[in-house]
Design a protein around this ligand. Structure first.
Ligand code: ZN
Length: 226
C-alpha cells in the first residue's frame, strides 16, 4: 500500500471531477496498469515497477492516465520525465531482478546446452554490429518455442532466445542473429509509436552477414512438427 500513490491519484482525480478514487500497486509481470471506472469513482491498479519513482514522475503518470480515461487510448502516456525514469539505472536496479523472477519461461542462464548467448553478444559487439549494452541480460527459454524464437523487454533490458536454437544441428549464427534482432530493439529504446519493425529496422537487421541463411533456418524450424 503506498499512501503517496493514493495521495497523488486522489488529488489529481478530484481536480478531474472524480470523488471516489482508489490507486494501488499491482504485481503485473509486464509494465502495465489498468483501471475500472463507474460514474465518478475510479479504481487504478498501477504496475508496481513504478514503486520508487519520484513524486513528479508519478504525477505525470497519473495525469496521463486520467487523460486517457477521458479521451480514450491512442495518446502516449510517456512524458519526458516518465521516459527518463523508465530508462534510468535506478529503475533497472529496482526492477530487473523482480521482472526475471516473474518470467516463468526463462532459464535465467545465458549458457545453454550448446551455445552461450553471452559469447554471441560479445561476438556481435566485436564485429561492430551492436553497441556496448552492459545492463542487458540474456536467457534461453525453458520451452522450445518454434514460432516466437526471440523476444525482449526493452524496459527491463531482458532478452530471451528460444532453446530450440540451442542444439548442435542448428548453427551458432542462427541464435546469434536472433539475439542481434533483439539487441537492436534494446538499442532503439522505448518506442511509444510502437513501430518496431519498420523498413529502417529491416535495413539494419540485414547488416548481419548471415541474415538470409538465418531467416531460412528459422522458416524451416517453424515448419517442423516434432
Ligand atoms: Zn522484433
Amino acid at each position: 500500500m503506498s499512501t503517496e500513490l493514493a495521495d497523488i491519484f486522489g488529488s489529481i482525480g478530484r481536480e478531474q471531477g472524480y470523488d471516489d478514487i482508489v490507486a494501488e500497486f499491482a504485481p503485473y509481470k509486464e509494465f502495465k496498469s489498468s483501471w475500472r471506472r463507474s460514474g465518478r469513482s475510479v479504481r487504478f491498479q498501477i504496475s508496481d515497477y513504478m514503486n520508487g519513482a519520484d513524486r513528479d514522475v508519478l504525477e505525470d503518470f497519473a495525469t496521463s492516465l486520467y487523460r486517457r480515461l477521458d479521451r480514450g487510448p491512442g495518446r502516449s502516456i510517456y512524458t519526458p520525465r516518465l521516459v527518463s525514469w523508465l530508462m534510468s539505472r535506478e529503475f533497472l536496479a529496482r526492477n530487473q531482478a523482480l521482472y526475471l523472477k516473474r518470467s516463468r519461461n526463462l532459464t535465467l542462464d545465458h549458457r545453454g546446452k550448446v551455445y552461450d548467448l553471452q559469447d554471441a553478444y560479445l561476438s556481435l559487439r566485436d564485429q561492430g554490429l551492436v553497441r556496448d549494452c552492459p545492463d542487458a541480460v540474456f536467457n534461453w527459454t525453458v520451452r522450445r518455442n518454434r514460432m516466437r524464437v526471440g523476444y525482449c523487454s526493452v524496459l527491463m533490458k531482458v532478452i530471451a532466445v528460444s532453446s530450440i536454437l540451442d542444439q548442435p544441428n542448428v548453427p551458432s549464427f542462427v541464435s546469434e542473429y536472433v539475439l542481434y534482432h533483439e539487441l537492436l530493439h534494446i538499442q532503439d529504446g522505448l518506442r511509444p509509436d510502437r513501430r518496431h519493425h519498420g523498413p529502417e529496422f529491416r535495413d539494419r537487421e540485414h547488416i548481419h552477414p548471415r541474415w538470409k541463411e538465418s531467416e531460412e533456418w528459422l522458416r524451416r524450424l517453424a515448419a517442423q512438427r516434432a
